[in-house]
Design a protein around this ligand. Sequence first.
Ligand SMILES: Nc1nc2c(ncn2[C@@H]2O[C@H](COP(=O)(O)OP(=O)(O)OP(=O)(O)O)[C@@H](O)[C@H]2O)c(=O)[nH]1
Ligand SMILES: [Mg+2]
Length: 302
Amino acid sequence: MQKLSGFVPIIGAPNAGKSTLLNAVLGQNISIVTAKPQTTRNRITGIYTKDNVQIVFVDTPGILDPKYKLQQFMSREIESSVIESDVIILVIDIKKYDKETFKDLYEKYSNEYKDHKIFCVLNKIDLIRKEDILAVIKEISDNFRIDEIIPVSAVKGFNIDELLKTIIKYLPENEFYFETDVLTSQPEKFFVAEIIRQNVLRQYKDEVPFSVYIDIDEFKEREIGKDYIRASIIVERDTQKAIIIGEGGLKVKKLGEYSRKSVEEFLGRPVYLELFVKVRKDWKNDDDFLKKNFNKFGTSVT
Ligand SMILES: Nc1nc2c(ncn2[C@@H]2O[C@H](COP(=O)(O)OP(=O)(O)OP(=O)(O)O)[C@@H](O)[C@H]2O)c(=O)[nH]1
Ligand SMILES: [Mg+2]
């Protein structure tokens, strides 16, 4: 049978549910999800392969106006995932749908990427009434030239099969880009850093978790005994370091325990995880730091 294969970036506002959608189509949690906007920082490849079909999904950071250098790096991750793609998925949180905001998003992508097919995935339909879902679908189809509009609930798994079936209809005939058993192109190290960052985002409040960069200093696989992982939690200021550590080191201890458990679950083997908290002043605006570290674990699409 002829093989069908293509790249499908998942784009949208922060918190729209892009990473949850990626995890839902893959049936596995590879992209971190939290209730906080701006959770995803890099593009994350998730590869769906079944029979003669391979869809290379690319989860991206939420679209925003870059206010500091890290966000400029994040925005480039979005652009670079769209260029080579076949179908662009715009994810909208249906509860927050607003015609003007949608128009801006639509115009940006339909003007810049004229040859691409554009799908609108209306996510979080579990949160609103059916009549309201239908009203949004009608408004979009009456006003915009969107190739497909698909209502889903990524968290409940509603209509995900329909989304996959629809994407497949648009895929070009192509050889597969990846081996059939490959789920992602990022190395384990990247996911370990992301899992720790997810725990930071969930455990700490306000701005502190957004000032955190996780570096994996050492990742030693051992034949006998547990794997050894040493990670740095890099923050922007001394005050943030104190918050991460907590009184008597209790907070960072708890972070270490939770992170170890989630890393073990992900890797399927026991690990010994050591965390160190360090300050790199204002790293989010530091070009040298970002050039060296952003995307250091190779999250490139191919
Ligand atoms: N009720 C409901 N909540 C959802 C759904 N999909 C995602 N969420 C929630 O929305 C929040 C954000 O989800 P993410 O997947 O992290 O959103 P994102 O678009 O990747 O966000 P960024 O990475 O920050 O751009 C989380 O709390 C999810 O559990 C859905 O279908 N229904
Ligand atoms: Mg995300």
